[in-house]
Write a protein that binds this ligand. Structure first.
Ligand code: G6P
Length: 369
């Protein structure tokens, strides 16, 4: 059955490898066969309410909150509506300013996280329109929302969330595209290129998964580490946060994700020859700036593990190790770059002999405060 490990040693690895199929399932019936149009029916059905929103507020916890940070960038850039991203636990207790013109997006894999559910109830009581992005069908959060879209990635068993994250980002991209087209805020050619590229993501993820052996090998050299820094900018900043979270959850190595440009305001003080620094340095508008961040780390003898776009010849000269990833459009890059970071965390934890599916102190779904 679906709940077995299917030949994989852990659910987490199985779920990482399922991602190409999951993203395919997530897009099924939403992107048309010609890959030139995407429709999330919940967006169309609630068009009036969504098109008139003055603001979106995304509430979530943990990994789902990281997906929310990517959602913010997608919705702001495609739809030109301001988006705030809040930890559900903070939002619910600070008497937030919220009204009938707000749309709240609640993101939750389990659909049962107590803080996210409470944030939904609060926002609903103030008249906001609530859109859920969940995985578990019929769970509490989808039942409490006005509408929503399931991510359809199948049951996630590993405590560390993997396929739910990429499913959430995929739904957020489809939501932003559907809404932007209705609003007329997105350039037609650009819209087409994003939809086509989205359709290509499962194939590109398969390519990334071929790096598994290489990442397993690399991981052996990091079992000594007590700390890790993860850096990224723009769409890669939430990916850095997510990469760091995966590592700390299952390997118990302290890891911090940071926006690369903020490094000079603190974390740079931590860098010495013992400090591994994972940098998401794929080709994008901020490539040159990330390159200079890498030079700053190398000048302080940090060990740089760089994730670059295939064919990169510059960073591979400077980084201690560089891993080439397939090229994609900047706004969808998280769907590619997250996967090797999941694998890196997984293999480091396995090398350390940790129970990756059941990490200490953590629960798959947190139904109490
Ligand atoms: C727990 C899990 C995380 C998850 C978070 C939010 O902490 O261990 O993996 O990201 O809850 O869960 P949700 O089901 O609301 O997405």
């Amino acid at each position: 059955g679906q709940l077995e490990k299917g030949g994989y040693p852990h659910f987490m690895l199985k779920e990482i490898f399922e991602q190409p199929d999951c993203i395919h399932d997530c897009m099924r019936g939403r992107i048309n066969v010609d890959a030139d149009n995407v429709v999330l029916s919940a967006v169309i059905d609630n068009k009036d309410r969504l098109l008139n929103a003055k603001r979106f507020i995304i509430v979530a916890c943990g990994t789902s909150w990281h997906a929310g940070l990517i959602g913010k960038q997608l919705i702001e850039s495609f739809c030109r509506i301001p988006v705030e991203v809040e930890y559900a636990s903070e939002f619910r207790y600070r008497d937030p300013v919220i009204n009938e013109q707000d749309v709240v997006i609640a993101i939750s894999q389990s659909g049962e996280t107590a803080d996210t559910l409470a944030a939904v109830e609060l926002a609903k009581s103030r008249g906001a329109f609530i859109y859920g992005i969940c995985n578990a069908i019929g769970s509490s959060i989808p039942r409490a929302t006005h509408t929503g879209s399931y991510i359809h990635v199948g049951p996630e068993i590993g405590v560390a969330s993997t396929k739910a994250f990429t499913g959430q980002v995929t739904v957020l991209a489809m939501l932003a595209l559907t809404l932007a087209k209705e609003k007329g805020t997105i350039d037609e050619q650009y819209y087409l290129s994003v939809v086509r590229e989205l359709n290509q993501i499962p194939e590109k993820m398969k390519e990334v998964l071929k790096l598994n052996d290489k990442l397993a090998e690399l991981s052996k050299t990091f079992t000594y580490a007590h700390n890790f820094i993860y850096l990224g900018r723009g769409y890669s900043y939430p990916v850095a946060l997510e990469g760091a979270l995966k590592l700390k959850e299952i390997s118990y190595i302290h890891a911090e994700g940071y926006p690369a440009a903020e490094m000079k305001h603190g974390p740079i003080a931590l860098i010495d020859a013992e400090m591994p620094v994972v940098v998401i340095a794929t080709q994008n508008a901020l490539y040159e700036k990330v390159l200079s961040n890498i030079q700053e780390i190398k000048a302080r003898k940090g060990r740089v593990i760089a994730f670059v776009t295939k064919g990169d010849t510059v960073i591979s000269q400077i980084a201690d190790c560089s891993i080439e990833l397939p090229e994609t459009i900047e706004c969808l890059n998280p769907l590619i770059t997250t996967v090797p970071l999941q694998l890196l965390a997984y293999h480091i934890a396995v090398c350390k002999g940790m129970d990756v599916d059941q990490p200490r102190n953590l629960a798959k779904s947190v139904t109490v405060e």
